[in-house]
Design a protein around this ligand. Structure first.
Ligand code: NAP
Length: 253
């Protein structure tokens, strides 16, 4: 039956930045579809643990700061040691720095590129190694952005990182196909999380953004559950290298 293809029973999903915002919504969605979830981040995440365990799934917290690559080997090792396999990776952790272009600092460049791009690549490599060892394929989902397609303003390192995430998603899809691993990205539109709080607090920017969204509202973490489950499941086995907008129609304007 077609709906059975969307089930994630018996799968183990690693979600970075799962404590709040979009990562929390994705972790909850994957657990509701049947996956055990590993939440990765610098501080514990009781709300995520509650969402996963109340769906009847196992939860593991792995402490890791993705500003560096130091903790990356431990993420895969602790996942397989505790939960037995690593089948799905969602590279969700991300940061943004806003400043006028003439003032934009090297620190704001490096910090964003390290979390959003460099760690995403090396954690994907680590997860792919484990998936290849397991020999039954896997799924990698990167969280891209509208700024994987558009330039944006005042966020040069964010735009550079998210544009690169789109390119890297396609490269990883090509290179990992022979291991049965599909790699796709979700490109969220404007979502109501801490990442966009300064925009929502600025009445002018809030009005500019809202009036451009055909569906007429900011997105929520729950809005990503459907795409995340689809791209994690057998229902998407012939989908790889795609950048999947969940944007209320933003890119169609
Ligand atoms: P958020 O609420 O600020 O959550 C970001 C998450 O990333 C947090 O859980 C945070 O950990 C984690 N993180 C940040 N730095 C980290 C580090 N050094 N190591 C490990 N984890 C780290 O923002 P969000 O909106 O949910 O963003 C999630 C993803 O969606 C990001 O990649 C973002 O770029 C992308 N995105 C967001 C929007 C939007 O409109 N909100 C649109 C497009 C794309 P802590 O829990 O410790 O803070």
């Amino acid at each position: 039956m077609i709906l059975d293809l969307f089930r994630l029973d018996g799968k183990v999903a690693v979600v970075t930045g799962a404590r709040k915002g979009l990562g929390l919504g994705i972790a909850a969605g994957l657990a509701e579809a049947g996956a055990d979830v590993v939440g990765v981040g610098p501080i514990p995440m009781p709300e995520t643990e509650e969402a996963v365990t109340s769906a009847g799934r196992r939860f593991l917290y792995v402490e890791a700061d993705l500003a560096t690559q130091r903790d990356i080997p431990d993420i895969a090792a602790e996942t397989t040691a505790s939960l037995g396999s690593l089948d799905i990776l969602v590279n969700n952790a991300g940061i943004i720095r806003r400043d006028d272009i003439l003032e934009f600092s090297e620190e704001d460049w490096d910090d964003v590129m390290n979390v959003n791009l460099k760690s995403l690549f090396f954690l994907s490599r680590e997860a792919a190694r484990q998936m290849a060892r397991q020999g039954r394929g896997g799924k990698i989902i990167n969280i891209a952005s509208m700024l994987s397609f558009q330039g944006g303003v005042r966020v040069p390192s964010y735009t550079a990182s998210k544009s690169a995430v789109a390119g890297l998603t396609k490269l990883l899809a090509n290179d990992l196909a022979k291991y049965g691993i599909q790699v796709n990205a979700i490109a969220p539109g404007y979502m109501a999380t801490d990442n966009t709080e300064p925009l929502r607090k600025d009445p002018l920017r809030e009005e500019e953004i809202l009036s451009r969204i055909p569906l007429g509202r900011w997105g929520t973490p729950d809005d990503l559950k459907g795409a995340a489950v689809f791209l994690s499941s057998r229902a998407s086995d012939y989908v790889t290298g795609s950048i999947f907008p969940v944007d209320g129609g933003w890119l169609s304007r």
